[in-house]
Design a protein around this ligand. Sequence first.
Ligand code: UD1
Length: 327
Amino acid sequence: MALYLVTGGGGFIGSALVRRLLERGDAVRVVDNFATGERRNLEAVRDRIDLRETDIADLDALRPAFAGVDYVLHQAALRSVPRSIDNPLASNHTNIDGTLNVLVAARDAGVRRVVYAGSSTAYGDSPTLPKVETMPVAPISPYGVSKLAAEMYCGVFHRVYGLETVTLRYFSVFGPRADPGSPYSGVLALFIKALLEGRQPTIFGDGEQSRDFTYVDNVVDANLLARTAPDAPGRVINVATSVRQTLNHSYRLLAGIIGTSMSGASIAAIKPVYEPARPGHILHSLADITQAREVLGFEPRVSFEQGLRLTVDWYRENFDSLPAAGI
Ligand code: UD1
């Protein structure tokens, strides 16, 4: 039985990976400092995982968590463009220094492969769509810089030390357990929470910006494929659905799915509030996923609309236990 280490296993993507690995019968260790991850995401599986409450930015504390590990799925990061604009040092520290520590610890422990959660923010705001991995990178936020620098460290560790690393560039991942209670939350989680509460969500800009929103189960699939694909090491691979949605369209779809809020208000009557666009955010995003198909054998199984329905169902069921506001 292989032993997996999921860094950021308490986060929304990390905990989805943990649950899938356990379903498959794999052994799972989790590293999380719960700065942004949530203990409740792991509550149901707490007695089946080896949980290490450790900060990836602390190499000495991190090293023991790598003993005996076969595969590392490195999800730990300080997510969010606006968070990085408010505090670039913190994003730099966790996302770059933290990843370098993960790579050093993995190399020294003889880990077989590290799969890194990269970001489409690496592409920046060039108008060319879809984004192909061979395009130049030009991030436009501290967050994008940090995710790209860490990705480059992954490539260098493969080249220089022979450590097998794969970067998956995620495109706007959404799904159950994404924290909806923070100003730094992803836009779809914020929309859903506002609608369920009968409040007006905010759209920054005219709402015609677009994203290749990717349901979390598709990202889990890609990680498991990247772990074994023979030609994957050393590569940077887009993980998305290759379909883009504007925020306005996404909002209308969600409003249709939700119908009435938990308090009984008719959602049709709730219009979003439009505010000026925020800095650091790219306008449009769409992935070419040819490489994921060819190298990983990846195919997105859950469509955007199916994913929205699954996500809304989860929030409805778990709404009472969600935080009112976080960080
Ligand atoms: C998202 C992820 C990022 C990831 C990237 C690529 C989050 C918070 N960000 O960035 O970690 O690396 O995809 O996978 O998960 N917006 C509104 N109203 C709101 C909030 C946001 O209109 O209340 C707008 C933003 O200004 C932006 C768009 O929605 O134009 C998307 O923003 P956001 O959800 O923060 O994430 P991405 O920039 O797509």
